[in-house]
Design a protein around this ligand. Structure first.
Ligand code: GDP
Length: 295
């Protein structure tokens, strides 16, 4: 299927390493666990999450008296899926989705794809260009707005992002929108300003859009491997994240990082980007993903 094909590089990297261990060590013994642990760490799952996964695996092996390594793969798929899974995302009307993330990670593209995804579900989407720091950001968002038939609220470069959000909320109410997606600036080198900007935007939403369902999604680039997790930890300290969108999984062998995101940050992965096209965003399904990289 499409996911398997798109995460092919991760799949090749990941399953080659794990399959090697399974093939070379027929018996599930101490040596087997040690080799498997190393394979998982090398597959970008990271040390801390791998430790836990191996711990869970040891328990299950003992409990079910498993001795043949050929039985390990299915068990491992389920354990990895459990470490990634979360209750399904529900988009009640109206929802405000604040999208944060560092420049270049694929934030604008992700917003375009999200708009398309919810359009297809019959939801009315409005976009707010609250990255007023770069004129190009609003321009790009407008292009995605045209592509997806969504209205974009934008101001001139340098305008107050909170003012854009204020206006966008008015427009969303007037248009009876299901979903308001807000693009924000991504200049993390100026972290203090960025975080106070996001706080101000949040205050405007709290005040002007009472009762709206809220989501705050961080967009991170999967090709950066464990750095994606470091970014999530930094953002989650300042703005309470409710979900993560991992982009560019199609171009990387480091997709194993997905397995560690929720365990390390407590924030579930909600969507994954698997290409540059408007359709190349998938709602994240933990079991499907675990099977795609290992099954
Ligand atoms: P932003 O600065 O975070 O808004 O990043 P953009 O949305 O402009 O994306 C930066 C680059 O990454 C663009 O060339 C996108 O086409 C590309 N990109 C975004 N998402 C994906 C993805 O899931 N897969 C691939 N292969 N490229 C992506």
């Amino acid at each position: 299927d499409k996911l398997k094909e798109r995460v092919n590089k991760t799949r090749e990297n990941f399953s080659a390493k794990v399959n090697n261990v399974i093939k070379n060590f027929r018996k599930v013994d101490e040596e087997f666990f040690e080799e498997l642990e190393e394979a998982l760490i090398l597959s970008d799952i990271g040390y801390a999450t791998t430790e836990k996964v191996i711990g869970t695996l040891r328990d299950q092996v003992k409990e079910n008296k498993i001795s043949d390594s050929s039985e390990i793969k299915d068990i491992l798929v389920n354990i990895l899926a459990d470490y990634m899974s979360a209750p399904p995302l529900e988009i009640r009307k109206p929802t405000v989705m604040l999208i944060v993330g560092v420049n270049g990670v694929g934030k604008t593209t992700a917003i375009g794809k999200l708009t398309n995804y919810y359009n297809i579900q019959g939801k009315k989407v409005l976009l707010a260009a609250a990255d007023t720091f770069r004129a190009a950001a609003a321009e790009q968002l407008s292009i995605w707005g045209q592509r997806t038939n969504a209205r974009v609220i934008k101001y001139a470069e340098g305008a107050d992002p909170a003012a854009v959000v204020y206006d966008a909320i008015d427009a969303a109410k007037a248009a009876d929108s299901d979903l308001l997606i807000i693009d924000t600036a991504g200049r993390l080198h100026n972290k203090k300003n960025l975080m106070s900007e996001l706080e101000k935007i949040n205050r405007v939403i709290d005040k002007e859009y009472e009762g709206a369902n809220r989501e705050t999604f961080l967009v991170v680039d999967a090709t950066t491997g464990q750095n994606a997790i470091a970014q999530a930890e930094v953002f989650n300290k300042s703005v309470k994240l409710t979900g993560i969108i991992l982009t560019k999984l199609d171009g990387t062998a480091k997709g194993g990082v997905v397995c560690a995101v929720k365990d390390m940050t407590g924030v579930p992965v909600r969507f994954i980007g698997v290409g540059e096209g408007v359709d190349d965003l998938q709602p994240f399904d933990a079991h499907e993903f675990a099977r795609a990289i290992l099954g």
